[in-house]
Design a protein around this ligand. Structure first.
Ligand code: AMP
Ligand code: TRP
Length: 332
């Protein structure tokens, strides 16, 4: 049986990379009729400092974005991670099957923990184990994510294998990453070698899902380009141009080659105009629906409540089975 699980952290500034690398694919998978579970990963969000008010706002914003992008709460489960206690409990059990050597290889930890490793938090170090629990806790088989999450999914497969071997079982399926389309690694608009990120201090580096048409237009106009004549797709030597071409291709559901064929002879500013018109056309319905939803969060609350109930039912059943495998007792 195929079951999809994925999640996004509520840390503010949902952007075009989140949309093209992840959320847009989640909508497609839902339309294929597969069972889909999408989480707002607030336990992951607190692995770096975040103010409670900002966290709360981001949780609602992510829920609004998922609904506005087309995730239908009647078809898919949308829920907040902390509402399902099984995530934390399974994370503990799995952490007892995860060697430190595996965690030491994680590039995200190396990047986020900074220079002074002894000050890094245990939660940030254990982040990938919690992520394994998110997916394995539903026995999910496929995980649609952007390119940057590939290493975490490989680790979760290793953890599932270690658990299965330890208890001579084949309890956990090994989840497959689904890294789909041309927008799996959208780069910063200020630096074509850095990925577009929620935490970049320059707002000009990303297109936020909350940006209006004017802001989108201005950001593409100001996006870094190079001084070479015309448009060509050369990711190694022209990373900024390649990024804009990739974004265009992803939005237009075509290939970078087809984009270059169409715009190759034109200058950068014409291409940027066409790109910003395309982005505005696709993003503005999402942005306005998000705004509507954020005006009164009672609908979002209802969606999250129902999602948590459905997710809990599944996860609690599996957690009980896992506890039995490990040798815990359930006093009747
Ligand atoms: P995060 O914002 O880190 O919670 O990521 C949520 C989802 O968006 C994950 O599947 C990421 O892989 C994806 N994602 C984040 N940033 C980018 C990016 N710049 N390009 C493509 N996908 C991204
Ligand atoms: N780590 C993911 C990210 O930053 C978010 C996430 C948490 C996730 N748990 C997950 C993604 C489980 C997929 C499956 O993008």
């Amino acid at each position: 049986m195929k079951r999809i699980f994925s999640g996004v952290q509520p840390t503010g500034n949902l952007h075009l990379g989140n949309y093209l690398g992840a959320i847009r694919n989640w909508v497609k998978l839902q339309q294929e009729g597969t069972e889909c579970i999408y989480g707002i990963m607030n336990l992951h969000a607190i692995t770096v400092p975040i103010a409670p008010e900002a966290l709360k706002k981001a949780i609602y914003e992510v829920a609004a974005a998922l609904i506005a992008c087309g995730i239908d709460p009647k078809k898919s489960i949308i829920f907040q991670q902390s509402s399902v206690a099984a995530h934390s409990e399974l994370a503990w059990i799995l952490s007892c099957h995860t060697p430190l050597g595996w965690l030491n290889r994680m590039t995200q930890f190396k990047e986020k923990s900074g220079k002074h490793k002894e000050n890094a938090l245990l939660g940030l170090y254990g982040y990938p184990v919690l992520m394994a629990a998110d997916v394995l806790g539903y026995k999910a088989t496929h995980v649609p994510v952007g390119e940057d999450q590939k290493q975490h999914i490989e680790l979760m497969r290793d953890i599932a294998g270690a658990f299965n071997r330890a208890y001579s079982s084949d309890y956990f399926p090994l989840p497959e990453p689904l890294i789909l389309g041309t927008g799996t690694r959208v780069m910063s608009l200020r630096d074509g070698t850095k990925k577009m990120s929620k935490s970049d201090e320059s707002d000009y580096s990303r297109i936020n899902l909350t940006d209006d048409a004017e802001a989108i237009d201005l950001k593409f106009r100001k996006a870094k380009s190079d001084t070479m004549e015309g448009l060509s797709y050369e990711p190694e030597t022209r990373p900024e141009a390649a990024n804009l071409i990739n974004i265009f291709a992803a939005l237009a559901n075509t290939t970078p080659e087809a984009v270059v064929k169409e715009y190759g002879g034109r200058n950068f500013s014409d291409f940027k105009k066409a790109l910003s018109a395309l982005a505005i056309e696709q993003l503005s319905p999402i942005t306005s629906l998000m705004r509507e939803l954020m005006k009164d969060v009672s609908y979002i609350d209802a969606v999250l409540k129902e999602g948590a109930e459905k997710a809990n039912k599944l996860a609690a059943k599996y957690l009980k089975e896992i506890q039995e495998i490990v040798g815990f007792v359930t006093p009747e």
